[in-house]
Each structure stands twice: as structure tokens, then as C-alpha cells.
Design a protein around this ligand. Structure first.
Ligand SMILES: [Zn+2]
Length: 104
């Protein structure tokens, strides 16, 4: 059951994700939770946070996971700590390599 949007604590959600076969994405929606983003402790020093959240969610759409190494130390768009610490708004080399491993 979907959580009502006003009860979200996440910055975003991917909805209506449709794929065909293994690597063909038909459609998806990314819904940003601007209430949670505006309330973030990071927004004041990192006003590009909404851009970072959108790019991070696109990473999920392409098949990337959060904190891909489980260490929290990789310079990656998919590592929340790294994103806010390094003000990452787009894919890093680690992310590009990861997507290349999925899609060739
Ligand atoms: Zn994520």
C-alpha cells in the first residue's frame, strides 16, 4: 500500500516504473518530496540538493543501489553521505562504471 504523500520522509520516490525485458525501460515517474527537501539540514549549504536528488533517483532507475559498496566511503551519486559532503549533482566515475557494467 502506498504511503500518502504528506507522510513521506524520503526526498523522492520512483513510481510507475515499467520495463520491457531485461534492460529496456519503458517509462517511470520521479516524484520529489519538496517538503522533506526544504526541511533537510543540508539545503542551506547545498541549494542544489533537489538536482542531486533527481540525479540520484535517475541512478536508481538505471539499476544502481544506495551505498553500492556498503562502506559509505565511495565518491558516488548513490552514496547519500558522499552526495551531501562533496555536493555531488551528477554521476561520478564510480557511477558511470557501474552503469556500464549493467548495460555494457
Ligand atoms: Zn537512493
Amino acid at each position: 500500500m502506498a504511503v500518502p504523500i504528506e507522510d513521506w520522509s524520503n526526498y523522492a520516490e520512483i513510481t510507475d516504473y515499467r520495463i520491457l525485458g531485461t534492460n529496456e525501460i519503458l517509462s517511470f515517474d520521479i516524484v520529489l518530496n519538496t517538503r522533506a527537501i526544504d526541511a533537510s539540514p543540508h539545503i542551506e549549504n547545498f541549494p542544489e540538493l533537489p538536482v542531486a536528488v533527481m540525479a540520484h533517483e535517475l541512478g536508481h532507475v538505471l539499476g544502481l543501489r544506495d551505498d553500492p559498496t556498503g562502506t559509505g566511503s565511495v565518491n558516488s551519486l548513490m552514496n547519500a553521505h558522499s552526495v551531501t559532503e562533496n555536493k555531488i549533482t551528477g554521476p561520478r566515475a564510480f557511477d558511470i562504471t557501474s552503469v556500464s557494467m549493467i548495460y555494457g
